[in-house]
Design a protein around this ligand. Structure first.
Ligand code: COA
Length: 158
């Protein structure tokens, strides 16, 4: 049973993340999408809200949704995962991802980071852009599923 972890802040989950999840389940027996608290990023949604949102839009066999605190490699070891999944959207992602993958490898030699490229229609996308457009009442339906559009509307009307 080869398990992989797809970690991220997912504030909120986008079609770009969902694209990576669908590619990852074709390679592994089980994928755990795991929400990091990422307190330093001052997320719009709580970790619990982000978990609920992903569960709602990601009903795929062999995918589960969880959250974690602390070091990613410790969590991955607890889960008996063999790999970490990360998306590479553009060259600009490379340096940071390379650094993170090497640090994680230093912390746990057993764990490999697997990079997947999302469909090119999602390479310009990130969650900050979605949050910003939604905060000004712009249309984010090309970027996130309808349920997430609704969650964003509710959050910005609070
Ligand atoms: N489609 C759309 N957007 C994508 C994407 C895709 N396929 N892939 C990445 N993104 C976006 C994310 O939504 C995020 O957007 P935002 O910053 O505008 O909110 C951005 O690209 C990536 O942010 P980044 O900070 O690189 O990753 P992350 O926040 O998703 O996850 C963790 C980072 C949680 C994996 C990392 O901080 C971590 O492992 N933390 C745990 C502590 C730890 O172990 N640290 C040591 C690791 S070296």
């Amino acid at each position: 049973m080869k398990k992989a972890i797809y970690p991220g802040t997912f504030d909120p989950v986008t079609y770009g993340h969902l694209d990576i999840i669908k590619r990852a389940v074709r390679l592994f027996d089980h994928v755990i999408v795991s929400v990091a608290e990422s307190a330093a990023k001052n997320p719009l949604f709580t970790a619990e809200e982000r978990v609920v949102m992903i569960r709602e839009v990601c009903e795929i066999d062999n995918v589960s949704v969880d959250r974690f605190k602390g070091l990613l490699v410790d969590y991955a070891t607890e889960q008996n995962a063999v790999a970490l999944i990360r998306g590479l959207r553009a060259v600009s992602d490379f340096e940071y991802e390379f650094q993170m993958a090497l640090v994680n490898r230093k912390l746990s030699e057993e764990l490999s980071t697997v990079f997947l490229m999302p469909h090119e229609q999602y390479t310009h996308l990130n969650s900050s852009i979605v949050r910003e457009v939604a905060s000004f009442g712009g249309d984010v339906s090309p970027y996130v599923p309808p349920q997430i559009v609704q969650y964003l509307k509710e959050k910005f009307s609070e």
